[in-house]
Design a protein around this ligand. Sequence first.
Ligand SMILES: [Zn+2]
Length: 179
Amino acid sequence: MDVFAHALWAGAGVILARRRWRIPPRVAALTVAMAVLPDIPHLIPIVGWSVFGDGSATVVREYANAVAGQTPSAPASVDFWSHNLYCITHSAVVAGLVTSVIWFRRRVWMVPLLGWWSHIAIDVFTHSREYFATPILYPFTDEGFDGIAWNTPWFLFANYAVLSVTYLLLYWTRRRSLA
Ligand SMILES: [Zn+2]
């Protein structure tokens, strides 16, 4: 799904959760940030290549909006890092490992981690075999579930329509948050 929708869905979840639990604004903001973050690291090799190598800003933009099979050609090493970083941030195996380590060490981070999990959970169903299926079981396999690509026009429209209704409902039912 696109980063704006990821942020809006996580935001809605946080608003709802704050009605029940005490979640400080800083933690709430971090949770939304964590819902957006998984779509950033894989662009770093491309940006690096455009700044220090032969790439250009146009290629970065093309990469960010790429359609599978039509990704602009980049050197093999850039492709390798970009692909694997994308897999790492979209893998439930990696997220599970990080979550278990944090569970024992810094439990305050558990709420922001839910932002990351929301990103993976949403992406699994909103990417298709033809459109970057989410590699949820990486590093065991790069294969993913064949869902509905989020950029399918009717789905994109429906998603933002449901988001608008969700925020309207949140607004109409607003109460004082606990924190
Ligand atoms: Zn994603």
